[in-house]
Design a protein. Structure first.
Length: 244
């Protein structure tokens, strides 16, 4: 049985870890939860889950400007685990904060507080859903086609895309015209769109040569509690499993 390390420890009030475990076990994989890079030994892949705190903006050369509960010591653990996985060329899935960690690790930056965060932010009373556009030629398009309605629980997002990465999904604010959306999708497909904005949020990324990808949304939370109208979350985990 192949093992996958889920980076994290401690309580799990929002089922961030347990959702990943449920998905992995459904695919016949064993989940190991740890923050120690050494525990990647014997593992076939890594999941960097979502949650708090935000990544320290000092890691991408910016002052604090909206990031919350920054904890450099915890960042160091996450980045160390990711570094070991990269060193071993292991498949990596980053979810929400995990996607942001991946982007920063490889040289990208983040929007510290989205102006459109009310549309994306975690709401404990309601499951917030919005549509995303999937970019042709990427894993997201292969899994879901042109559009993918997803859940959303974040106030940060990718700004400067890491140089070795491509864009797999985008969210558009209603102020962006259909023509402008088509142009942005074409730019993402061509690899010339390299920055997310407050009104054009990067929702999925992938490394161009390594088995590494990230999502700004939370498929693991949809595994145990599906939300009507959203995508099949297990498609993401099946894709991840295919890389192991």
């Amino acid at each position: 049985m192949k093992r996958v390390l889920i980076a994290g420890t401690g309580p799990d009030p929002h089922h961030i870890y347990s959702g990943c475990v449920l998905a992995l076990e459904a695919l016949g994989l064993e989940a190991v939860q740890s923050m120690e890079a050494e525990d990647l030994a014997g593992c076939s892949g890594l999941i960097l889950p979502g949650g708090v705190p935000d990544v320290d903006p000092a890691r991408y050369g910016e002052p604090l400007a909206g990031s919350l509960e920054v904890t450099p010591e915890l960042d160091e653990q996450y980045f160390s685990v990711l570094a070991r996985a990269v060193e071993q060329n292991l498949p990596v899935l980053g979810i929400c904060r995990g996607c942001q960690v991946i982007n920063v690790y490889f040289g990208g930056s983040l929007i510290q507080d989205l102006e459109t965060s009310d549309i994306h932010r975690f709401d404990p009373k309601n499951e917030v859903v919005h549509d995303t556009a999937c970019i042709p030629g990427t894993f997201a398009y292969d899994l879901y086609g042109a559009h993918a309605p997803v859940n959303t629980k974040h106030h940060q997002a990718v700004r400067r895309l890491a140089p070795e990465f491509g864009i797999a999904q985008l969210w558009f604010d209603g102020s962006i015209s259909r023509e402008a959306r088509a142009e942005l999708i074409a730019q993402a497909q061509a690899g010339t769109l390299t920055e997310g904005t407050h009104r054009c949020v990067i929702e999925g990324v992938y490394h161009r040569t390594r088995p590494i990808f990230g999502l700004q949304w939370h498929p693991e939370l949809l595994v145990d509690k599906p939300v009507e109208g959203t995508v099949d979350p297990m498609a993401v985990f099946r894709h991840f499993a295919s890389l192991l």
